[in-house]
Every structure is written in structure tokens, then in C-alpha cells.
Write a protein that binds this ligand. Structure first.
Ligand SMILES: [Ca+2]
Length: 413
């Protein structure tokens, strides 16, 4: 041990185990009427009942009671190590963790005898992950610098999931997510775009396409994955991950030299996929004048002369635009609308200068001028949306990340 003393200045090993009642999954069944589903009862006001010319609110029965229904149980285990090496030149920590949740609420299939189906503590899942933090701080002559980073990964795997009867092996594979990762994204495999009406005439039949009559040149071509001559939900398969990054990281670095100082903070995420959906797939919504079209639709397939039915089609990146209510095959979930969610962003960079004491006189203790840039540099494979934007059907309406520049003076008396 003595030989390690010059290297290891601090070392701590941590381990913990804990179990607690967990209501984190409760949102799914509390939200609707804020009622506790371990007791039966009535909701008021419920349905409106007419007695002659009077409308009376009735009581609506809630659920069949399950007096044994209770919160879920969360069991957490973590194992960590904190260390400082070479007198603080390198410090950090590493941690692995696992959380098992059991008794997650679920309803049994075909269990709604007249009332809302009863809730039981049936499902379970587990989440695992790690987190590593490293810091290095040193002096090199008059240069004082530090660099540090942290990275964390976590992923949740479903355990038992209550489900109904499946009618095919494919259906079971697709809908029974038990014992699978819970962030798998399903969709069609997009293999190109229809180039001509001739090609459309020979295409496999698409469901909800009015016998392929709605397909236009430029529309998305999907792989008939099961080879049955139809493009439908049975051709869906895992195409990526959901939009929440499994891996997130941050890098902090800075230096100070003769009054000058610089600090940078980088942030990033990886192992996720972002998908354009809903409103962002369509340029226009019928009758709505307050919603503008995304600029990206300007690169699209269009007719050279829209007044001439025989005009040639000019190719572009996106399919021909439609009204939101128009029938189209393009809105199916597919990897066409999906981007790799990996990104790294310079969240903040700050440059400052602290004036030497001799210059500023005796009344002022410290004078520092600085300027910083916020969100100024981003590397991302997403072309149209901010990588930190939430993927919702309202992505189009969410407020974008701002870029800003600040300059300031710090005076201490
Ligand atoms: Ca098929």
C-alpha cells in the first residue's frame, strides 16, 4: 500500500441498496380523473341524464375494486468509486447502477366487465446505467488550466408486460415488447422515391391509399419487408431508437493566463433518433392561415406547370406537398423522416480579462471585463430541427433554443 501512496491521494468505494414505494409510473392511470384505483366508486359529475326538460348530472361508475392494488416497488443498487490521483492532478468518480421496478400498474386483457377495467400490479422493468466523471487541473508555469468531463448512459428494459391474445407470430414480435429495450422505434424501411407514374403502376399495393391512386411521383417507396405484395403495418420493424438520448455527456475546460481567462462548456447526446412527425410532415393545414409552411418544403417534387396535368415533374428532396387532410402514403412512420440524434454543442464560451491591481487604483478591489456566447456552435446530423428540441406532434410550435451574446464588466469594491 505504501508504494501506492504517492499516486493515490484519495480513494472511496461506495455501495448502496435501497427499496421504496414508487409512484413514478402512476401518471398513466391517475391523470384522467385523479382517482385512486384501489377502490371502486363513482365520478361526479358524470353522464348527463334528461328528466323531462331538466338535465341532471349522474354518477359514473369508476372501476371494479382491487383492494390489493398498491404502489410499485423500486429496488436500487449502485456501486461507485471516487478517487484523486497524483495530488489532485486527476480526480473523478465512476458509478454503475440498476433499478428494478416491480408491480407496475396494468390492466388484464378482456377484464372490463361493464365498468372500467381494474388495475393490478402486474408489470415490471429494469433500468441500468453508468456514469463517469473525470477532472484534471494543473499549472504549467503561469498557465493555470483544467479540463473535465462526464458521461452517462442508461437504458430501460421491459420485463413482464401484460398483453392480450396475439393472432400471429409477427404481431407478438411487434406488439409484445416484454423483455425488450423500451426505446426501440418501429417503422417502414424507406428505399427510394417513385420516379414516374409507370413505376407507381407497378408498385406493391399500399393500405389507405385508395388503391395506390393517391401516390404521386416523388412519394416514398417502402420495402415490402414480408414480401406479400402489400405495404402495410406488417412491414414495420425496428428502425432506430426513440428521441431521448441514451448517452449524454458534458465537457468543461478552461484556462487562465496573466489576467486572461477562458471557459468552455460542451454538451452532447448520442444513441437516439429524432423523427419528424405529424404537423411537420405537411406544408399546409386546411383552412388554417396562422401556420406557415417550413422552409424545407421548398426542396420538393413539383410540376413544372401546375395548371397543366401533363407537365413534367421536377424532382426535389421532399415528396410533393399536400394539405394536411389529404390522403398520402408519406406519413407512415419510416426512416425517411428519421435523423440520427447525435449532437455536440458548445453551450457556452466565455472570455475574460482581469485588470492588474496597479492599474485600477486602491478603491476598486477587482475589475474584470468579459464576453460570452451561448449556443453558438452545434454539430448535429439533424438538418431541420434543433437537436435539443423535444420530438412531439407539436415540434413545429415549440420555441427554439436561443443563441445569445453577452458582454459585461465585474467591479468589486
Ligand atoms: Ca408487405
Amino acid at each position: 500500500m505504501t508504494s501506492l501512496k504517492p499516486i493515490i491521494s484519495e480513494l472511496k468505494i461506495r455501495a448502496s441498496w435501497g427499496q421504496l414505494g414508487d409512484l413514478s409510473a402512476a401518471k398513466s392511470y391517475y391523470d384522467s380523473y385523479e382517482q385512486y384505483y384501489f377502490q371502486s366508486g363513482y365520478r361526479y359529475p358524470g353522464e348527463i341524464i334528461n328528466f323531462g326538460d331538466r338535465a341532471i348530472y349522474g354518477l359514473t361508475p369508476t372501476v371494479n375494486a382491487n383492494t390489493a392494488f398498491t404502489w410499485s416497488k423500486s429496488t436500487m443498487v449502485n456501486l461507485g468509486i471516487d478517487f484523486k490521483l497524483w495530488n489532485g492532478l486527476l480526480g473523478g468518480s465512476a458509478e454503475v447502477f440498476r433499478r428494478n421496478r416491480s408491480g407496475l400498474p396494468a390492466q388484464k386483457a378482456n377484464d372490463n366487465a361493464g365498468a372500467l377495467a381494474t388495475w393490478y400490479n402486474l408489470n415490471n422493468d429494469n433500468t441500468r446505467g453508468f456514469e463517469i466523471t473525470l477532472n484534471h487541473h494543473n499549472k504549467f508555469r503561469t498557465l493555470d488550466y483544467f479540463v473535465g468531463g462526464n458521461i452517462s448512459w442508461s437504458r430501460t428494459q421491459n420485463g413482464h408486460l401484460e398483453h392480450g391474445q396475439f393472432t400471429s407470430g409477427y404481431q407478438q414480435w411487434k406488439w409484445y415488447n416484454g423483455h425488450q429495450w423500451n426505446n426501440v422505434r418501429w417503422g417502414l424501411n424507406q428505399v427510394g422515391q417513385y420516379q414516374s407514374y409507370d413505376e407507381i403502376a407497378n408498385a406493391p399495393m399500399h393500405n389507405n391509399s385508395n388503391n395506390n391512386a393517391v401516390i404521386l411521383p416523388g412519394d416514398l417507396k417502402y420495402e415490402d419487408w414480408n414480401g406479400d405484395g402489400y405495404i402495410d403495418d406488417n412491414d414495420m420493424r425496428p428502425i432506430g431508437r426513440t428521441s431521448y438520448p441514451e448517452l449524454v455527456f458534458g465537457i468543461n475546460m478552461g484556462a487562465a493566463w496573466k489576467g486572461f481567462d477562458i471557459n468552455l462548456f460542451w454538451q452532447g447526446g448520442a444513441l437516439s433518433n429524432f423523427q419528424i412527425s405529424a404537423f411537420d410532415m405537411d406544408a399546409f393545414e386546411e383552412g388554417k392561415t396562422f401556420r406557415n409552411a417550413w422552409n424545407y418544403f421548398s426542396d420538393r417534387w413539383y410540376k413544372a406547370d401546375y395548371t397543366d396535368p401533363n407537365a413534367v415533374w421536377i424532382p426535389g428532396y421532399f415528396p410533393a406537398i399536400r394539405d394536411m387532410n389529404a390522403q398520402t402514403i408519406n406519413r407512415q412512420p419510416s426512416n425517411y423522416w428519421m435523423w440520427n440524434g447525435n449532437y455536440i454543442r458548445l453551450k457556452n464560451i466565455e472570455l475574460g480579462y482581469t485588470f492588474p491591481k496597479g492599474i485600477i487604483g486602491s478603491r476598486i478591489k477587482q475589475l474584470r471585463v468579459y464576453g460570452n456566447l451561448y449556443n453558438f456552435l452545434t454539430f448535429s446530423s439533424q438538418k431541420y430541427f434543433d437537436p435539443e428540441q423535444a420530438e412531439t406532434i407539436l415540434s413545429f410550435a415549440s420555441y427554439p433554443q436561443i443563441k445569445s451574446f453577452n458582454a459585461g464588466v465585474n467591479l468589486k469594491f
